[in-house]
Design a protein around this ligand. Sequence first.
Ligand SMILES: [Zn+2]
Length: 242
Amino acid sequence: MAQTGVQPAIILRRIPFRDSSLVVSLFTQDHGVRAVMARGARKGSKTLPRGDLAGYHTLGVQLGGREGQNMLTLRSAEILQPRHGLLHQRVGSSAAQLMLEQVYRLLPVEDANPKLFGALQEALDRLEAGEAALEVVGLWQGFLLHNLGFGWQVAHCAGCGGETDLRFFSTKRNQTVCAPCGTPHRHRLLPLPEGVLAVMRGQPGGAADQAELVMLTTALLAQHGEKVLHAQQPFFRAVGLA
Ligand SMILES: [Zn+2]
């Protein structure tokens, strides 16, 4: 490509390069995650305003350069959907930071995933609006697991196949376990409050279940991630889970 049209993107990561440039990892709606060179971006310019490249906004970006040759260049960026408030919310920004790192670490490169892009935008919008970070992150992590193909089974017990009294969750089997089957092995299972099960089944859940859902989805994601995410502890501290 010589130059692309404007496409929606969210910046996942920024790494300083030489005196004034940045290597920016973008999550683009149409082409997935890709690293691009933003020349002179740390000084800022008319086409790459420094403020636009900071924060959690959805940007409209234009990329240039030849496909398959080195790294594409970020030609221009402008804010499509601003999220200025998030920068100044300690809890919200720690949640946003965690979600961005998850996309960066768990998604294959250059694999378009417009559904996940939409879910990320929605989650960032909810954080920007000041909604409970625990709930936003719990639902986001559940969506992420399903999107990556690690969705859970919550209809039957992994031991006996029964449908009642599902009180535990096996992260190994990625499935619910009933009380009679699970109680003898409870040290290896996660407790599964009724409200969390409801949320996992796509029903609305109560506030008390938000932390549980975050713990459970975090445990499941840890099985599929490379290592502990840098942004995890800051988020856990911000919401009082650590
Ligand atoms: Zn059972």
